[in-house]
Design a protein around this ligand. Structure first.
Ligand code: KG4
Ligand code: ZN
Length: 369
């Protein structure tokens, strides 16, 4: 039934008998890791309401995200967050133009909670549902109206540096993404968290490590810069982490010096990878950075100097996991005539390269009954 609605909506949009109701709002839901979030955008992409519940306190004593705790927390929080953003936007579910929820990649428990919640609302109100790829949502954030004086034109480079993801992506159009490089082991945020843990800092440790590093001398400790100068733009951080562990174990260095040396190494590696990514996409119009590590001032400064491209860093709340980006990706896809069947299953692994642009998406004919 709900699939029929979505299929006929898709067909109507595609054959031009129905426009995506511009001026109608989209609800976005994010629950792929340890942030529970909801947001409402109007049909132009203006933010009407946004809310994020960060679960880090619930995971901190375990030193990392515990999937079962995350799924339960999403379940407990999501309803309240959605009610809250709809009330703030002054809209009922029936007044929306569509509902977008992250459908992957991420932790399956959380994805099931958010996607099922979104589908249920969409089904109940007869609205199109969009199962958003979380990485696509990060990739499209920079196009959010009003975020930058000029939205980056395709193609542009996305450098995603968070606790769970570490990749360079060529963003060539809606649904057109090419992963240029990824990490062979740890994500960069994960490397920050592990180094911070070795230095006795609380989890998540990236921001703590940055504060500690501010008082240190990076030249006091020699640490490796893995992958520097290698062709392509893959990353690797396990050797650097081991070197930090060895430096700590020696007991000869001040923790702030180790922190500063670690941060300097990471910043140099990330800048080098961005340079290589630019060489792989010479026509890029901008370098967009996203993910929690984008908050790091040393990494940012190093990235700004790495290429002649403008460095676009969305404000931190839109760089880290949030539902505005999910609603925006949903709106972009709705405008292009796309929506997803209710049968869409959340995917813990969902590489960006597997998405398809609107003109290549097969449209299911509306059912005859
Ligand atoms: O994007 P994000 O909130 O999502 C997840 O991956 O969950 O990124 C969190 C990551 C953590 O690893 C955290 O330690 C790191 O971003 N991070 C930082 C800083 N602030 C957050 N790393 C380095 N310097 C910071 N200032
Ligand atoms: Zn993310």
């Amino acid at each position: 039934m709900a699939e029929d609605i979505a299929a006929s909506y898709r067909a109507e949009v595609t054959n031009g008998t129905r426009q995506h109701p511009l001026g109608q709002s989209v609800l976005g839901i994010e629950s792929s890791c340890d942030e529970t979030a909801a947001a409402v955008l109007d049909g132009e992409g203006r933010i009407l309401a946004e809310a994020v519940f960060t679960q880090s306190e619930e995971h901190a004593r375990f030193g990392g995200v515990v999937p079962e705790i995350a799924a339960r927390a999403h379940l407990q929080r999501l309803g309240g967050l959605v009610r809250g953003v709809l009330a703030e936007a002054g809209l009922g579910v029936g007044e929306l133009g569509g509902i977008a929820a992250t459908a992957g990649p991420g932790l399956i428990g959380g994805l099931v909670v958010g996607a099922t919640f979104g589908k249920g609302l969409a089904m109940g109100a007869g609205l199109p549902f969009i199962g958003v790829n979380h990485l696509e949502a990060h990739a499209l954030t920079a196009r959010l109206p009003g975020l930058f004086p000029q939205a980056p034109a395709y193609p542009y480079l996305l450098l995603l540096v968070s606790g769970g993801h570490c990749q360079c992506v060529a963003v060539e159009g809606l649904g057109r993404y090419r992963r240029l490089g990824t990490t062979l082991d740890d994500a960069v945020g994960e490397a920050f968290d592990k180094a911070a843990k070795l230095l006795g800092l609380p989890w998540p440790g990236g921001a703590h490590l940055e504060r500690l590093a501010a008082t240190g001398d990076a030249s006091a400790v020699k640490l490796p810069r893995p992958m520097l100068g290698r062709p392509g733009c893959d990353f690797s951080f396990s050797g650097l982490k081991t070197a930090v562990a060895q430096a700590v174990a020696k007991g000869l260095y001040r923790p702030q010096d180790i922190a500063a040396a670690f941060q300097t190494s990471v910043a140099a590696v990330v800048a080098d990878r961005a340079r290589h990514a630019h060489a792989m996409l010479p026509g890029a119009t901008a370098l967009v950075v996203a993910g929690g590590v984008a908050a790091n001032q040393t990494v940012r400064a190093s990235l700004a100097a790495a290429t002649p491209l403008p460095l676009l860093a969305p404000p931190l709340r839109l760089c880290t996991d949030n539902a505005v980006m999910v609603a925006w990706a949903g709106l972009e896809r709705l405008r292009a005539g796309q929506s997803d069947p209710m049968a869409l299953a959340p995917r813990p692994r969902w590489p960006l390269d597997e998405l398809r642009p609107p003109d290549e998406v097969a449209v299911t004919p509306p059912s005859s009954h």
